[in-house]
Ligand binder design. Structure first.
Ligand SMILES: *Cc1c(COP(=O)(O)O)cnc(C)c1O
Length: 297
């Protein structure tokens, strides 16, 4: 009934000659170190959702994700640790053998329901069809998107602002749905802090003003999303990026994934090259996790 969580996660400086040359300092908040499987923004988003399910006396979590979803992995592990039964609708056909993420989910006792892409779109309907008679079932949206998720993300901001030594000009993070970005921007605003939040979209052609379902993000003005670093779409890569990523990992001894955090960090390096940052700037990047199954070199 417990998870061994490493909180607050540490903030470390990334020492690189590029940053020295540009007279900027770049830091990273290591939310990947929170837990090997329940890491990064996925733990932040789940915390208050799980507490809510407990307080409603539900013992069965039902959630949604693609076959490579970090959210499914986090929910499987956290769900089991908190004593929940966990079911998941997985987008697409079952492919055997299961990939490492789904295999790990299964080892934690997660039950899968594979559904095609069309059916997957209507999540409330799927939940109703399969679990309307299960009074213990508790709906958790894809990626943990929920107003309760924002509360967990606000705790990350508390940790950042309680850092006495540094105040940051900007915070960079990878954006999928944009829920984490929105949660950070909202918490920063509520704290009357002036740090600017900069997302790196890992998807092509997403308008984040309309993509965040949990809060009207357009009410906030302390954020922007860069659209030019997705490398042509979700999980798309190219050889230059992959070789940069390998070099980064060897040089800085920090594992990043090619889908989210790798693209975010690549963007920060490119922006630094382009003199995007004012000399003297302090930039905080967020390691949102997602490194399960990544090879260390
Ligand atoms: C899910 C995920 C994200 C995207 O988070 P959103 O709140 O959907 O924008 C970013 N990084 C990692 C590692 C993730 O697993």
């Amino acid at each position: 009934m417990s998870l061994d969580l490493h909180l607050p996660s540490p903030i470390q400086e990334i020492q690189d000659e590029l940053f020295t040359a540009k007279d900027i300092r770049v830091f990273i908040k290591r939310d990947d170190l929170i837990h090997p499987f329940v890491s990064g923004n996925k733990w932040r988003k789940l915390k208050y959702i799980l507490l809510d399910a407990q307080s409603e006396n539900k013992n069965h979590l039902v959630t949604f994700g693609g076959a490579w979803s970090n959210h499914l992995l986090a929910t499987a592990w956290a769900g089991k640790a908190f004593g929940f039964k966990v079911s998941a609708f997985v987008r697409g056909e079952e492919v055997l053998p299961l990939n490492p993420i789904l295999q790990s989910c299964q080892e934690q006792g997660m039950q899968f329901i594979f559904v095609d892409r069309t059916a997957y779109r209507n999540k409330k309907n799927l939940f109703h069809c399969f679990f309307k008679d299960d009074t213990n079932a508790y709906f958790i949206d894809e990626g943990g998107a929920s107003p309760l998720a924002m509360q967990g993300i606000a705790e990350m901001v508390d940790e950042i602002l309680s850092e006495q030594e540094h105040t940051f000009d900007s915070i960079f993070l990878a954006c999928g749905t944009g829920t984490t970005l929105c949660g950070i921007a909202l918490a920063i605003k509520n704290k009357k802090n002036v740090t600017f939040i900069e997302g790196i979209s890992v998807l092509k052609g997403i308008d984040f003003k309309n993509n965040v379902t949990t809060y009207p993000i357009s009410l906030l003005s302390n954020w922007k999303v860069h659209q030019e670093f997705h490398l042509n779409g979700y999980a798309k890569v190219n050889p230059i990026f992959l070789s940069w990523l390998k070099d980064f990992q060897i040089k800085h001894n920090i594992l990043l994934d090619p889908v989210y955090t790798g693209k975010m960090m690549y963007a920060v390096f490119q922006l630094a090259e382009q003199n995007y940052f004012k000399p003297g700037s302090k930039i905080l990047t967020i390691h949102t996790g997602g490194i399960f199954g990544q090879e260390s070199n």
